[in-house]
Design a protein around this ligand. Structure first.
Ligand code: ATP
Length: 138
């Protein structure tokens, strides 16, 4: 059976390394579905989930929350480099809920202070938290 290797790398090391039959991710240009034999490419990822259908069990799907980054497809090796990545089972949802509340508060404060830089940073923190909550609840 045709398969791909999916490796997700962060500053903490290799966070995911498995054989996949199909991968779905969200790039800046839109959703990208990858089967074995896909054209080579490099794309910028959104803060979103990576969906991996494993080869060892057709019904088994892994979800990994990534903090943006880069995806490279090179033959049947998919490499994702991101600031952080967590599998659904490793996500502490209550921590992400607290991060969400903090980001919402910071967003409001930055908005009221007309601080665009802080507003952008709070918005990114909010997206990270929302992504983790959704992934951790799967
Ligand atoms: P927090 O404010 O809760 O620390 P954060 O968005 O600032 O969240 P990051 O800087 O993106 O956190 O990540 C720091 C480290 O903590 C990374 O290794 C990341 O994988 C891990 N991490 C962050 N939030 C969670 C979570 N809710 N569950 C599990 N690991 C997490």
């Amino acid at each position: 059976m045709a398969q791909m290797t999916v490796q997700i790398v962060t500053p903490d090391g290799i966070k995911y390394d498995h054989h996949a039959a199909f991968v779905l991710c969200k790039t800046k240009e839109g959703e990208l579905g990858i089967y074995p034999g896909h054209l080579e490419l490099i794309a910028v990822l959104e803060i979103d989930e990576i969906k991996v259908r494993r080869v060892d069990d057709e019904n088994h799907v892994d979800w990994i929350a990534v903090n943006g980054g880069i995806i490279e497809v090179n033959k049947d090796l998919i490499t994702i480099v991101s600031d952080s990545a967590e599998r659904e089972r490793d996500i502490d949802v209550s921590r992400a809920e607290r991060a969400k509340l903090r980001a919402e508060r910071e967003l409001e404060e930055a908005h009221n202070a007309h601080n665009i830089d802080l507003e952008m940073r709070a918005n990114i923190a909010l997206q990270r938290a929302i992504n983790r909550i959704r992934c951790g609840n799967r």
